[in-house]
Design a protein around this ligand. Sequence first.
Ligand SMILES: [Zn+2]
Length: 97
Amino acid sequence: MPICQNCGKQWTWSQTVKTIFKLKCPYCSKKQYESASSRWKGSILSVFLLLIILLPLNILFNFSPAAALFFGFVIVVIMLALYPFFLTLSNEKEPYW
Ligand SMILES: [Zn+2]
């Protein structure tokens, strides 16, 4: 779970999900940013999920576009649920490189 770089408190899963788009610390209300390494992990995870899960399933079951959309939605939900486990925070916006 992510740890606030300002006050050092660890966020719970539900606190992280609640603030996932704002990343504001529930303890000290300081704005946090996703660290560069965490963003990389996020991008790799999304590509991984899409390629490893969606594509083979699509070929196996020959989804209709509606079913593919539904599974895309399920994958987004899974990603949001997993996100707090590998999210790391930073006090400042970090560049990718
Ligand atoms: Zn804090």
